[in-house]
Write a protein that binds this ligand. Structure first.
Ligand code: BLG
Length: 452
């Protein structure tokens, strides 16, 4: 029996055919998006399992403390949970390669006084128990003995950010990526100041002499980095966050309550007919017209889905201002574009590329895809095409194209906004309508399992 311990960790995983990965729910890690599981950590873990040629088993422990203990005790293979490498943690667990850097920041609610520094807090500060933020606060406390905080065992970072938004606590500390990912959902959050230097995130694994799994992780990340996939994945999750207009976000939250109910049945019906998520159609429509059926652009494009006259004709409708016509025609047009893209293009890139063409036209999208290929990037991936699209506005580039000049930055911003609106809708509607996600999450493990 005892000699089974000598088996290298990697062999053990291969024999069992399953990689056991601990993570936590949250917009930067693991969540349900529409009908799919998503999250940067989830996708990385899924790719690593494929790399090892084993199944992926995701386990969500009750809290961060449990997660670290489970890893320390070797009861799971990896924790992929946006974990910061800290000196104290390094004594107990081993970290893989750094894949992202974040800064820890103090968050307060808009409208309340902005604290100038950590000595000037005037209210309750709550942080996630066992987090790197506790370690950071402990180091500050050596110089500022009066510094006080509460450690929350139940909630994660997103949960505490929500409490700040709801004014149930005054401050929390969160990682910059978590704050950015949550700002669309909680538009009243504000960052007061950084409380740390940029800090590295990495996967955690049990500390042991056996380097077999560690070496595979190093090779995996090196390949991911070299192929550009790591940058693409990070851009996929954070690329659309940066430039969002937070004032607009507040108006959107309001319109979800006042205007959306009028059009929701039409979005649902069109989505069903043409194979979309209705919340995506609603997000597109908000981006196009702010749900104003009489909206008209300077170029004469009209209605809830902002159709040109030519599109209306092609889709056989005669009144673009009529929501009953505009919504199904917009959905049908988008579906038509999506169907006509080359078959090899996979989702979700297929939908984003179709949406780019909805906005700028298929000809210009095709030009951008050709330029993408000329630049050594992949024309079938939205994150690659999106880098090239703005070049259609530059002479040096549009001269090389068939359809010529276009405002290529517009579809990029357009899709960034649609994605933000879509994320907000998913979150808001799940909360308010208690809508069941189509896909069940894996079971939530609330007590450490005896033998993982
Ligand atoms: C789109 C059309 C495309 C057309 C492109 O313009 O409209 N989409 C629809 O009608 C749904 O068919 O492609 S083409 O047929 O190949 O030429 C290019 O002409 C609409 C866009 C234009 C945009 N909104 C849907 O995204 C718009 O309103 N732009 C004006 C903005 S502003 O008012 O000037 O700021």
């Amino acid at each position: 029996m005892a000699c089974s311990e000598a088996q290298p960790h990697l062999e053990e995983i291969r024999e069992r055919g399953e990689l056991r990965v601990l993570t936590r729910y949250g917009p930067t890690t693991y969540y349900v998006k529409g009908n799919e599981l998503a999250g940067l950590e989830y996708e990385l873990a899924e790719r690593f399992a494929t790399f090892l040629n084993v199944r992926l088993k995701i386990i969500v422990p009750e809290n961060l403390g449990n997660m670290l203990t489970l890893i320390e005790q070797g009861k799971a293979d990896i924790a992929a949970a946006g974990l910061t490498i800290t000196p104290a943690r390094k004594d107990l667990i081993r970290f893989g390669p750094v894949y992202q850097e974040v800064t820890e920041q103090l968050v307060y609610r808009n409208g309340n006084p902005i604290p100038q520094d950590i000595t000037a807090l005037n209210g309750q500060l709550e942080v996630v128990a066992s987090s790197s933020h506790v370690e950071q606060l402990e180091s500050y406390k050596q110089d500022i003995p009066e510094l006080e905080w509460t450690e929350n065992q139940q909630l994660d970072s997103s949960g505490l950010l929500e409490l700040v938004q709801l004014e149930m606590i005054d401050y929390t500390i969160a990682d910059s990526n978590e704050i950015a990912a949550n700002q669309g959902l909680f538009p009243e959050l504000r960052v007061a100041f950084d409380i740390s230097e940029p800090r590295p995130l990495a996967w955690a694994l049990p500390l042991s002499e056996d380097g077999s799994l560690y070496n595979e992780i190093v090779t995996f990340f090196a390949q991911l980095d070299q192929s550009g996939d790591l940058d693409r994945l990070i851009a996929k999750y954070y690329g659309h966050i940066r430039r969002f207009d937070y004032v607009d976000t507040r108006a959107f939250h309001h319109r979800i309550l006042t205007d959306l109910p009028t059009y929701q049945p039409l979005f649902e019906q069109a989505a069903k007919q043409y194979g979309f998520d209705w919340r995506l159609l609603a997000a597109i429509s908000y981006q196009e017209s702010h749900w104003d059926p009489k909206a008209v652009s300077s170029t004469g494009v009209k209605g809830l889905m902002m159709l040109t006259q030519a599109t209306a004709k092609q889709m056989n409708i005669d009144n673009r201002e009529d929501p009953q016509q505009s919504i199904p025609a917009g959905a049908a047009y988008l579906a038509y574009i999506r169907e006509n893209l080359p078959e090899r293009i996979q989702e979700p890139d297929r939908t984003w590329l179709a949406l780019a063409a909805y906005n700028i036209g298929l000809g210009h999208l095709e030009d951008a895809r050709i330029l993408t290929q000329k630049n050594g990037k992949n024309p079938d991936l939205w994150p690659d095409v999106k880098q090239i699209l703005p070049l259609l506005g530059k002479k040096k580039w549009y001269e090389q194209t068939r359809y010529g000049y276009a405002r290529g930055g517009e579809p990029v911003r357009y899709i960034e906004n649609v994605r933000r609106y879509y994320d907000i809708l998913l979150h808001e509607l799940e909360n308010s309508q208690a809508e069941k996600p189509a896909l069940k999450l894996p079971p939530l493990i609330t007590t450490p399992p005896a033998a993982l």
